[in-house]
Write a protein that binds this ligand. Structure first.
Ligand code: AHN
Ligand code: ZN
Length: 342
């Protein structure tokens, strides 16, 4: 009898103690700590700063839109580049601007600028974060004004806005990690659907194609990379896209897990969707670096892209600071997971 009581008593104690552990850990989760546990024998907890601001990322997004469409060879393009460079210089250790000329599908010579900001540029262990900063000169997915440029609030500006806010956060929190923010140019000059020319599928991502063949630093290498594409709309959903899975499935797992750990599982879906051509396709194909694409997937549109993709509906009112926060905070989670486990 006594023995049995003791057994129950210790079980009760154990139960009570585990409740306390659960309570404490969920309490920490709500505040600043998201626990990373890579293997049961070596649990590694990391305090991830929760300070990424969706409002700040929104302001950076709107600022770009306010320049007007950042179409190649235009003055808005030039002015926006100068502004981005100044922002990154405020927050990062080095900023390199890679200037080049590329030929568009239409034969035009386009002046491109890839803007690359780095923290801890000498460190070997590096992570690459990227997006494109140019705007599509046409609205070929729209039914009206197809030959006029779009605002590109989501397609371009949202990813750049998020990454400038990441740069600001890294300047404050100073993780001992190498991080490169690469903002590619000439991504969206891809051949429009109504061009009447034979299909040229390498007409997108000209800035990335240049960079992959002319790295900004000789022998540059990042352990992995994350590309943001249309990551600012309300209730965005990001599926596990095929090119990312083909080249970098373990990075997909890492990033999507981080999204859930950070509390944004409703954005980072487990669904596996078809491969697409985007900046990551050329980095994966032309270098040995593994890059995944976080891109808004819509199950209901014909293109499976965000419903306002390449239309005049891609405007600042569609951008939601909550989505910017979800993506930015997920990136912070990935960076701090890496810090704890490297
Ligand atoms: C193609 O349309 C081939 N790829 C999509 C890349 C893209 C353009 N993402 C945003 N704009
Ligand atoms: Zn686009």
């Amino acid at each position: 009898m006594k023995n049995k009581f003791l057994k129950y008593y210790s079980a009760y104690k154990l139960f009570f103690a585990s409740c306390v552990v659960v309570l404490v850990s969920s309490c920490n989760q709500a505040n600043t700590i998201n626990t990373v546990n890579t293997s049961p024998s070596t649990p590694k907890a990391v305090a991830v700063p929760q300070t990424f601001s969706g409002d700040s990322a929104f302001v950076y997004t709107k600022k770009q839109v306010d320049f007007g469409p950042r179409i190649p060879n235009s003055s808005a393009h030039e002015k926006c580049a100068a502004w981005i460079i100044e922002e990154l210089k405020q927050y990062m250790d080095t900023v390199i601007v890679q200037e080049y000329k590329s030929r568009g599908y239409d034969g035009k010579t386009l002046s491109g600028k890839n803007i690359i900001g780095s923290i801890n540029p000498k460190k070997g262990n590096r992570i690459l974060l990227s997006s494109h900063w140019d705007t599509r000169p046409w609205a070929d997915q729209d039914s009206v004004r197809k030959n006029e440029p779009i605002d590109g609030a989501n397609d371009g500006a949202s990813g750049v806005g998020t990454l400038i806010e990441i740069a600001r956060q890294l300047a404050i929190t100073k993780p001992d990690l190498g991080v490169d923010i690469i903002l590619f140019d000439l991504e969206d000059y891809g051949q429009p659907e109504n061009s009447g020319l034979p299909e040229n599928e390498d007409s997108y991502c000209l800035g990335t194609q240049y960079w992959a063949k002319n790295l900004h630093v000789p022998n540059y290498f990042a352990k992995f990379g994350i590309l943001l594409d249309m990551t600012g709309a309300a209730n965005a959903t990001f599926t596990q896209e095929g090119t990312s899975r083909q080249y970098a499935s373990e990075i997909v797992d890492k990033v999507w897990k981080a999204g859930t750990t950070a509390g944004y599982g409703q954005y980072f879906l487990p669904d596996k969707t078809n491969p697409i051509i985007d900046d990551h396709y050329y980095i994966n194909g032309l270098t040995s670096m593994k890059v995944v694409d976080i891109i808004h997937y819509d199950f209901n549109t014909r293109s499976h892209f965000w419903k306002h993709w390449h239309t005049h509906g891609d405007t600042i009112d569609k951008i939601d600071p909550n989505t910017l926060k979800a993506v930015g905070q997920t990136l912070m989670q990935v960076l701090y997971d890496e810090l704890a486990n490297s």
